[in-house]
Ligand binder design. Structure first.
Ligand SMILES: *Cc1c(COP(=O)(O)O)cnc(C)c1O
Length: 223
């Protein structure tokens, strides 16, 4: 997309969503020039799903950007993003949380995290199973980790045209979120919805959407 196209797509997109919904501009595969166009239009939260790309972009782009890691995170890569990452969306194991806590401590900070819940029917999607969420949240070790903050849940709906199914998956996540939020006031973020399903997600209570192609245009993975 040309530079002005990104600015106007961003502004148009922002004006179409409620003000209580935070927008994570998913800039994966996109060059710094594209990110700067969105930045110049006021966007400050960006999401990436590859560690190397994220580190390089963080080093070279304005320091007031809040970088979210939205991809599947491998334990051995946490150290590279621990100094600066502002939110990790896809925690799916205690082992990973333990490593995030360790690296956060080394950097003398607290790292904000979301737990990814597997709401989709597809095998390919990662996440904690809904019926394992409660024992995860109440796990003694999880609660003893002092350099992480679990701020909410993240989920990805099935990649299907069936809107009823997508809606049901989002509403299942909202139910889980509300149940935990009632017991845990640090729970404030429900990250669900992407370019194809963000409207359904907002209708079902999302307050953080992760949107890439609707802002930056289609991704080209062959480059
Ligand atoms: C790529 C990605 C998105 C954004 O996808 P679009 O369809 O381009 O909006 C959102 N969430 C995650 C986890 C992603 O990997």
């Amino acid at each position: 997309m040309s530079s002005s196209a990104i600015e106007s797509a961003l502004l148009r997109f922002k004006s179409s969503i409620p003000s209580n919904v935070d927008l994570v501009a998913v800039s994966k595969t996109k060059p710094n020039e594209d990110i700067l166009q969105a930045y110049n239009a006021g966007q400050r939260i960006f999401g990436e799903n590859k560690i190397q790309d994220l580190v390089l972009k963080q080093e070279t782009l304005p320091k007031d950007i809040e970088w979210h890691f939205i991809g599947h995170l491998q334990t051995n890569k946490v150290k590279y993003i621990a100094p600066f990452v502002s939110l990790i969306h896809a925690i799916d194991s205690i082992k990973l949380l333990r490593e995030v806590n360790k690296r956060a401590k080394q950097n003398d900070r607290t790292i904000n995290c979301l737990l990814q819940v597997k709401i989709a029917q597809e095998d390919a999607k990662f996440g904690i199973y809904p019926d394992e969420l409660e024992s995860f949240i109440t796990n003694n070790e999880v609660n003893s980790l002092s350099n992480i903050s679990i701020n909410g849940l993240m989920g990805m709906a099935s990649n299907t045209e069936d809107k009823v199914q997508v809606k049901n998956e989002f509403s299942q996540l909202l139910l889980l979120y509300n149940r935990i939020k009632n017991l845990n006031p640090t729970f404030q973020i429900l990250s669900m919805g992407m370019s194809g399903d963000y409207k359904l997600a907002i209708d079902e209570g999302s307050n953080m959407i992760r949107v890439g192609s609707s802002i930056f245009g289609a991704r080209n993975y062959s480059k």
